[in-house]
Write a protein that binds this ligand. Structure first.
Ligand code: ATP
Length: 490
């Protein structure tokens, strides 16, 4: 079941998952603090991503770049000049709106990639006014989203908080490639914070000013375009909104396999592979694939250097919205850094004895905070029969895996002993307050998949209750660890 985003934010606050930053001072728009249980989910989701994309593969390595880097990086990448959204400013009260998002909301039109002229004429045609004071808007203007700061004592050098993780991969490309002894095709991954001075942060964690990205830059030799991993996932089912449908102003969804999308030349193998692999990663952690839609970018949305881009969108209560972008970036980034830093970033191919600049065939870039929201939406269930909310989180993502209860306080010693023993292997909590029913409800609301009740029986067993089925099983204490491990791995 789905709930409005404001209710999800209230639930997250109530359960210690996410707070407005410095809530006691009234928060700060677009910034959030993860609480004791939220940080566990977030860390586990990042660990699951890292394990899937980096640790279990031979062709992808990771880095952890600086948040503030040499500003020349942003000059070379084009961010200093072009990393802008168009802004509408009220002529009377000066309230600001992100132009495309605001006009889209008011008119229902898809304005991805719309020019300033188009936006201005839509404001005029639809007589759009400031939602705060009903006055007219000034003409749209560009607003650079990078947060600037200065380094060193007064009068120090200007710098920026990074607006994306990708550029640190490009700026370190040669070092990474040499040290990890990589030969295309290979990828470099990074998980880390990014900062954007969003004009209208909204929808809770969906659009924040400080967020995290899980990003891969995937490099190939441009003469070898085939993807060796694609066949493994070619039967993945896609719900696809292609560029043609959007250009006709419809939302007709094509249902087809990854293989059919490639055969119809809608996308190349690498894009099909990365989209399928992301759907499959989410599905392995309990997200229903039918809640995703792939949206092909229309020509006008593509950057001049990009030949294709696909968004993986999720059906949020406020509509299908981007969770991940998979872009083809050609040689743009390495080319720009090569030119600006005057350093050779070409790779020598031992087989052909030729030098070439690798092509970024895919840049899958996924938001951590948006993924966190997806997992919560998939898990959230207001169970009327039980009379409480149940978070059906995958056991690998649940903040607490096992909660141990003594049936009565007389059993506290035995129960605490078990709690301490399990703590070596799992995230465990100990709960002795209120009735067992109340304790089950508390555990359900945090998504704890297993509750163990220690009772007076002398058979060396405890009762394990499954969050999703509410079924109870007697399990030997000495077999508990392997029993739980098996359940978690599914
Ligand atoms: P949008 O169109 O929603 O502004 P974008 O296309 O600018 O997103 P990218 O630059 O492709 O986003 O960033 C990659 C990913 O980082 C996005 O798919 C999203 O998951 C995440 N992301 C981007 N901006 C934000 C934000 N302001 N708050 C939370 N996550 C974000």
């Amino acid at each position: 079941m789905t709930i409005p985003i404001d209710d999800m934010a209230a639930f997250c606050k109530k359960k210690g998952l996410v707070y407005n930053t410095a809530d006691m001072y009234g928060g700060l728009a677009g910034f959030f603090d993860y609480g004791p249980f939220g940080v566990e989910i977030k860390n586990k989701l990042k660990a699951a991503w890292w394990s899937y994309w980096v640790q279990s593969r031979e062709d992808i390595v990771g880095i952890d770049g600086a948040i503030i880097t040499n500003p020349s990086v942003w000059k070379a990448s084009g961010h200093t000049e072009n990393f802008c959204d168009q802004m509408l400013v009220c002529s009377k009260c000066a309230a600001k709106q992100r132009a495309d998002a605001f006009i889209e909301e008011q008119t229902g039109k898809n304005l991805e990639g719309a020019s300033a002229e188009e936006l201005n004429s839509l404001v005029a045609e639809n007589k759009l006014v400031c939602p705060a004071c009903k006055s007219s808007f000034k003409e749209v203007k560009d607003f650079n989203l990078m947060f600037s700061t200065s380094i060193g004592a007064a009068g120090g050098d200007d710098a920026y908080l990074r607006p994306e993780t990708a550029q640190l991969i490009f700026a370190n490309f040669k070092l990474i490639q040499e040290h990890a002894r990589l030969k295309p095709p290979f990828g470099v991954a990074q998980i880390g914070k990014a900062f954007r001075n969003e004009i209208s942060p909204r929808n809770f964690l969906f659009r924040c000013r400080e967020f995290e990205q899980m990003e891969i830059e995937y490099f190939i030799n441009p003469t070898i375009q085939t993807c060796p991993y694609y066949a493994e996932l070619e039967n993945t089912h896609f719900y696809l909104l292609d560029a043609a449908a959007q250009e006709e102003g419809t939302e007709n969804i094509l249902e087809l396999t990854a293989k059919e999308a490639v055969e119809k030349k809608i996308m190349h193998e690498w894009h099909a592979y990365f989209l399928a692999a992301n759907i499959s990663w989410f599905a392995s952690l309990g997200v229903r694939p039918e809640n995703f839609r792939i949206r092909e970018h229309m020509k006008q949305e593509l950057a001049h250097y990009s030949s294709a881009c696909f968004d993986l969108e999720y059906k949020f209560p406020f509509g299908y919205k981007e969770l991940l972008g998979v872009a083809d970036r050609g040689t743009y980034d390495l080319g720009r850094h090569q030119e600006h830093a005057k350093k050779d970033l070409m790779i020598y191919d031992d087989d052909t004895k030729e030098k070439y600049l690798p092509v970024v065939i895919a840049e899958p870039s996924l938001g951590v905070d948006r993924s966190f929201l997806v997992f919560l939406y998939e898990a959230y269930d207001d169970d009327k029969e039980r009379g409480n909310i149940v978070l059906h989180l995958h056991p690998r993502l649940a903040p607490i895996t096992v909660s141990v209860f003594p049936l009565t306080n007389k059993l506290a010693g035995k129960a605490r002993e078990l709690y301490k023993a399990l703590k070596h292997s799992f995230a465990v909590s100990y709960d002795a307050s209120g009735s067992v029913g109340r304790r089950y409800a508390r555990a359900d609301e945090l998504g704890t998949p297993f509750c163990i009740t220690v009772d007076f029986e002398e058979d060396g067993c405890v009762t394990v209750r499954d969050r999703d089925t509410t079924k109870q099983e007697r399990v030997k204490i000495e077999a508990l660890t392997s029993y739980l491990r098996k359940k978690i791995e599914g």
